[in-house]
Design a protein around this ligand. Structure first.
Ligand code: ZN
Length: 679
């Protein structure tokens, strides 16, 4: 045990030394220690913040530190051994969480603190934490009779297990599908895509070009491959991953898992006397009722539909000119790229050389410096889990170290797809007055550098980096001293995407792009003509993309709105019904988009995918203040830092928003950014 790197008390974990065999023993040890410590805490007579909440936070803090490292390694280095060890940990951690969150003694201790004399002396953040705690205990089933409590825990354990399997199925069905291209099939592929295919082939000791269904691979083919039959093949393979559609996928079919997850969620909600899981989900969110969410989404649909129809008509006409009588789902991205190229004289590939990753990162840091006065300093020789990972310290204007950041930007095998920010350690003020610094993981899946060329990002990838960077800033710049409300903790899920989507805006501003771009050979920033074309393309087919997000949001919400669990056939009906309301583009009848919808089946977005659009109203409106005052306006930047980033979950997000904006949020800015008319 003494040699288990997960249990070493060092400021930073020695990630390079953590092996799969360390996961379970470390977890078992910490869980045991925590159980004993909590038992001891409960022996006290009069509970106060100082003698109960604070030590309990410290106990949880230690566990979270270890558990988040295990989860992180499972996500970024998910080889078979890591997966096995992680899977073995799952029932232990879920059982522990259930035991604690359903422990009526702990619940009563919290309650007694809200009733004793000293309660009045607590500050508003402490009061908010207590009120959230009491709510979360109820939502975890603390008030249930013993038998139901046990049932609740079992359901939660099962849910954790199958959600994890769902995620593995998506990764495996994407990475195991390989397609070898003939020379002819490579037609249309840009240089970076050819290099990607060749690199994949080399890894398999082959020559030629090999692609999988990982996003960088898929995206290259669906956007650029001139061969329509190849696009059709790769499209169908992609949208039917992890499903019952063909025998290739059988091993990774998520059908049964989807049905079971929905069934479990419905049972959990019922046990707690909610009508359905959607209502349960909203109990912790800004939106209060399902009707509020549905009205919001339907209203957006109504506004976006006319523009979406126009988008499609334009695309159809363009495709027709190129001999396509009937546009199919596998033609959409391809002709959109071609149309955009013709319309704006701009291909996304023309932009790539101007966005080498080192410059983009430098630009992102510079933007943060101008807005919030913070600087990033790289520290070498920090133990990390992979050689590509980098580590930074974050300093504020007064040169105080505010937090730290691990950066893991490149795609590799066994790494979960997509991009995200995760907490490695959360800020808190320790008993001795010292500050435990916040540490963030920022993870992306960009194509790695090839040969001696740096990684060249698409503009979309620049936006992705800005997005995750925004999440990271909220985590590392927090000034809240209590762990339960610091960083992104305590922020309702539908407000979480505010700082992230907010940061993306700088990727669409002349002054922002100037900082983010520099041709990797000529060293000049994006020239004026390309910049103008890029900016002109901002609202290009934006309605189509907004409608897609709404479609996902509505499907997710409706799946969780029924009081009875649904069969896969009933789910498909909901998908079809929603598509009728929101889709303007053609639909592939056999697409199985639910089978890879990891956000809601393997992430935290169940009955909450609407959060992206919900929070975008806030982020767009917050950004419009910068449009009014100047996008690097010092005063506005600092105001955003103080009222949103530093305060996080310490206050109701609407109160914080009003503090920054001086009024309630309006949807005008969001619609304007998408080029959609108000009425
Ligand atoms: Zn996000």
């Amino acid at each position: 045990m003494a040699n288990n790197p997960l249990l070493q008390k060092k400021p930073l974990l020695e990630f390079n030394k953590i092996l799969p065999k360390h996961f379970k023993p470390a977890l078992v040890t910490i869980l045991k220690t925590n159980r004993i410590a909590i038992k001891k805490l409960l022996l006290q007579k009069n509970f106060t913040w100082d003698n109960f909440v604070e030590p309990l936070e410290a106990i949880n803090n230690h566990l979270t530190f270890i558990w988040s490292a295990i989860c992180h390694l499972n996500a970024v280095m998910g080889n078979e051994k890591n997966r096995d060890s992680y899977t073995k940990c799952l029932p232990l951690i879920t059982k522990y969480i259930a035991d604690i969150s359903q422990n009526s003694k702990i619940y009563e201790a919290f309650r007694s603190i809200t009733k004793n004399k000293e309660y009045k002396l607590l500050d508003s953040v402490q009061k908010r934490i207590l009120s959230n705690e009491l709510r979360d205990f109820i939502l975890a089933g603390v008030a249930l009779p013993t038998r139901e409590k046990r049932q609740f825990t079992k359901l939660k354990q099962r849910l954790a297990k199958i959600s994890n399997k769902f995620s593995y199925n998506v990764i495996d069905s994407s990475q195991n599908y390989l397609i070898e291209l003939t020379k002819e099939q490579t037609q249309g592929l840009p240089e970076y895509a050819l290099a990607l295919g060749q690199a994949n082939a080399r890894k398999k000791n082959k020559t030629g070009w090999i692609f999988s269904l990982d996003y960088p691979s898929y995206n290259a083919l669906i956007t650029f491959a001139d061969s329509r039959s190849l696009r059709k093949k790769i499209y169908i393979a992609y949208v039917t991953r992890a499903s019952d559609f063909n025998s290739f996928n059988k091993k990774w079919d998520n059908t049964k898992i989807i049905e079971e997850i929905l069934k479990i969620r419905s049972k959990l909600a019922k046990l707690l006397s909610f009508k359905n899981y959607a209502e349960y989900s909203l109990a912790t969110k800004m939106a209060k009722t399902p009707k509020q969410v549905l009205d919001f989404l339907h209203d957006l649909t109504k506004r976006a539909l006319p523009a979406g129809k126009k988008d499609l008509a334009e695309l159809k006409q363009f495709a027709k000119k190129h001999g396509i009588k009937k546009i199919e789902p596998w033609d959409l991205v391809y002709y959109e790229e071609k149309l955009s190229k013709e319309k704006f004289k701009l291909s996304q590939e023309d932009l790539r050389p101007y966005f080498p990753e080192p410059q983009v990162l430098k630009g992102v840091f510079n933007i943060a410096k101008l807005l919030y006065g913070i600087t990033f300093k790289e520290k070498k020789n920090i133990p990390v889990w992979h050689q590509d990972v980098r580590f930074f310290e974050v300093y504020d204007q007064e040169r105080n170290l505010r937090g730290q950041l691990y950066l893991d930007l490149y795609y590799r095998e066994n790494k979960r797809g997509g991009a995200w920010m995760d907490e490695c350690q959360t800020r808190q003020c320790l008993k001795n007055g010292c500050i435990q610094l916040p540490i963030a993981h920022l993870v992306c899946n960009f194509s790695p550098p090839m040969g001696n060329k740096p990684a060249l990002l698409t503009h979309q990838e620049v936006l992705t980096l800005l997005h995750e960077f925004g999440h990271s800033l909220q985590h590392v710049l927090t000034k809240v001293d209590y762990i339960s409300a610091s960083g992104i903790k305590g922020v309702p899920w539908d407000a979480i995407e505010l700082p992230s989507q907010f940061m993306e805006n700088w990727g669409w501003q002349k002054e922002g792009i100037k900082l983010l771009s520099k041709h990797y050979k000529t060293k000049v920033p994006l020239p004026k003509n390309l910049l103008q074309k890029l900016l002109a393309s901002h609202t290009f087919h934006a309605a189509t993309s907004i409608l897609r997000q709404i479609e996902f949001s509505l499907i997710d919400f409706e799946l969780h709105l029924k009081s009875k669990a649904l069969t896969i056939e009933q789910c498909k009906k909901i998908v079809r019904k929603t598509q009728k309301q929101t889709r303007v583009t053609p639909v592939f009848k056999h697409a199985r988009s639910l089978h890879t919808f990891s956000h809601i089946f393997a992430g935290g977005y169940a009955a909450g995918y609407y959060s992206y659009k919900w929070a975008e109203v806030l982020s767009a409106d917050a950004f419009s203040k910068f449009e009014e005052c100047g996008i690097f306006d010092l005063c506005t930047g600092r105001k955003f830092l103080h009222s949103i980033l530093e305060t996080g979950g310490s206050e109701d997000p609407m109160v914080l928003f009003k503090k920054f904006r001086g009024r309630m949020p309006k949807t005008d800015a969001l619609l304007r950014h998408y080029g959609i008319n108000k009425k």
